[in-house]
Ligand binder design. Structure first.
Ligand code: ADP
Length: 401
């Protein structure tokens, strides 16, 4: 079965086409600047040259039509006909409490995703645009939605509730949901497989650190706790997000600086984190370059980032009453040897010991970076959220037959 995976943003649409017989990627690409004067479609068929096309793409329906055209293109295509696509899987950020796993797209499912617009105003509306656009272009193909939040629905009430008036949970569904669920799910499974040990026996802390970042404590293969909350703002210090702070900072700053809700939201989500402290970049590559050069602001940004990450690992080790495996994944986790080194250097009290040489290797494959003496297995596992979406799509479609 061939499955098209779609990740729709407000002005972008990423896609990957899978042949699920061997889980190979036939093509992938990205449409950027949807709704702007010149949109860019970048298409990469596996084993062939990447092609870029600039045109006017005003909305997602046209974007998907252009993608389908490329997939069957004589020169750059990988399919004889669009009919070869037998299912479409969509990434949806927020599934609230309604979606504890992936689901077939039905009018009810779409209505529920719309009800969740309030909780994910930036993410869920473009997902609906992507679903509607795919339905218009491929009316007879089953569609599946896969949620970032679903994996975390196993969290206990004592973990997901905030200690604020309970009426806010009842009325407005204010609670911890967590994000990056497909990634935490995927790397935890790959970790158990790599170690050749039963998932249920392992207490794991998975660190998904990219532009955004979250940690998950995993017990019995299930999400026990996770650092993102009602929104992706809670938890770690990130590229442009503050992560945890005293909630009173928000009202204090709003008052002093006469900021609106939208301004303070933008400050905390887009102008904080590494960017705010370094004063120059949200990208960990620039921060570590600055660290090496002894640049004081980049050094402080790095030290705060590492310190906050380490504190979370410590708190999750306490939450789980121990830790057997720590996994690093996503842009920073997979690529930044210095972040991993500095974090692990200060986790010796847990019995963590990494091998500096193994830590330097970059292979794109799951690998161990801890030394044989380490009491905790420390792994680097490249994440693959698209593959999880493709697998779930296949499963849900087969189950619905
Ligand atoms: P997103 O959260 O947007 O999905 P990614 O997981 O792709 O992002 O992570 C992107 C981030 O990864 C970049 O902004 C950069 O900070 C970091 N990164 C990528 N490569 C490296 C590297 N070699 N060293 C340090 N950081 C890196």
């Amino acid at each position: 079965m061939k499955v098209l995976v779609i990740n729709a943003g407000s002005s972008s649409l990423k896609y990957q086409l899978y042949d699920m017989n061997d889980e190979s990627v036939l093509a992938k690409g990205l449409v950027e600047r949807i709704g702007m004067d010149s949109s860019i479609l970048t298409h990469k068929p596996t084993g062939k040259e990447e092609v870029t096309e600039v045109s006017e793409i005003l909305e997602h329906t046209t974007a998907i039509r252009k993608v389908l055209d490329k997939l069957v293109d004589k020169e750059h295509g990988v399919l004889n006909s669009v009919d070869e696509i037998q299912a479409v899987g969509h990434r949806v950020v927020h599934g609230g409490e309604a979606f504890k796993s992936s689901a077939l797209v039905t009018p009810e499912a779409k209505a529920e995703i719309r009800r969740l617009f309030d909780l994910a105003p930036l993410h869920n509306p473009p997902a609906i645009s992507g679903i509607t656009a795919a339905e218009k272009n491929m009316p007879n193909v089953p569609q599946v939605v896969v949620f970032d939040t679903a994996f975390h629905q196993t969290m206990d009430e004592k973990v997901f509730l905030y200690p604020i008036p309970k009426v806010l949970y009842k009325k407005h569904h204010v609670r911890r949901y967590g994000m990056h669920g497909t990634s935490h799910y995927y790397v935890s499974r790959v970790a158990a497989e790599y170690l050749n040990r039963p998932l249920e026996d392992l207490k794991m802390i998975t660190c998904h650190i990219g532009n955004g970042g979250s940690l998950t404590a995993i017990k019995d293969g299930k999400s026990f706790d996770t650092s993102m909350g009602l929104t992706p703002l809670e938890g770690l210090m990130m590229g442009t997000r503050s992560g945890d702070l005293d909630p009173a900072v928000v009202t204090f700053v709003m008052n002093k600086e006469e900021l609106t809700i939208s301004e303070v939201n933008s400050m905390l989500n887009k102008h904080s984190g590494l960017l705010a402290i370094s004063g120059s970049s949200s990208d960990m590559r620039d921060i570590t370059d600055g660290l090496e050069a002894g640049e004081p602001n980049a050094t402080l940004a790095f030290e705060m980032y590492e310190y906050r990450l380490r504190k979370y690992i410590g708190s999750y080790a306490a939450a789980l009453n121990g830790v057997d495996v720590i996994v690093f994944t996503a842009g920073v986790g997979e690529n930044s040897a210095v972040v991993r080194e500095k974090v692990c250097e200060n986790l010796t009290y847990l019995g963590v010991e990494i091998d500096p040489e193994l830590n330097k290797i970059r292979s794109g494959e799951p690998r161990r970076i801890s030394s044989p003496n380490s009491k905790v297995e420390v792994l680097v596992i490249p994440t693959n959220e698209e593959l999880v979406i493709a697998r779930d799509t296949l499963r849900i479609v087969e189950e619905s037959k």
